[in-house]
Design a protein. Structure first.
Length: 147
């Protein structure tokens, strides 16, 4: 019951204060989402290794298909407070908002890229086990010269 009340409160706040899951995007324009990953202490390198081995190839395939225009990753140069800490940010520029939110089935690509599905699933499970947190932020450009 507490979860239901909490969900209703979030819905109320989102409706009344204009919060939404996605930032508005012009039809047909590229749509950008930043994906943040906070690993358990001492696992950042292992996470990146698994990401590059098991997830990046899928993203590259989606670039070949034209669904994704660009993918890049960044890491903070210095550390921050624990509550604001993240280890990697992957930015994906999708062709448009529709592509970013469609129900694309990546299963055939994953089977093609990773014939040993048991190993792939085990490694992906571990990649998420070593995370403390993960969040996605759709972003938009802000024109500072606009009046």
């Amino acid at each position: 019951m507490k979860h239901f009340v909490f969900a209703l409160a979030l819905l109320f706040l989102g409706t009344n204060f204009g919060f939404s899951q996605t930032a508005p995007a012009a039809a047909g324009q590229p749509f950008v989402i930043e994906y943040y990953y906070k690993t358990k202490w001492g696992h950042a390198d292992e996470f990146l290794q698994l990401f590059k081995k098991n997830h990046y190839p899928l993203l590259k395939k989606e670039m070949e298909l034209g669904r994704i225009l660009k993918v890049f990753a960044t890491a903070p140069r210095y550390h921050s407070t624990e509550d604001g800490r993240w280890d990697y940010r992957t930015t994906i520029i999708f062709k448009n908002a529709e592509v970013a939110h469609d129900t694309f089935d990546s299963a055939p690509l994953l089977k093609q890229l990773f014939p040993d599905q048991d190993n792939y699933k085990r490694e992906e499970q571990h990649r998420f086990e070593i995370l403390d947190a993960h969040w996605d932020v759709p972003i938009k450009d802000v024109d500072l010269d606009a009046k």
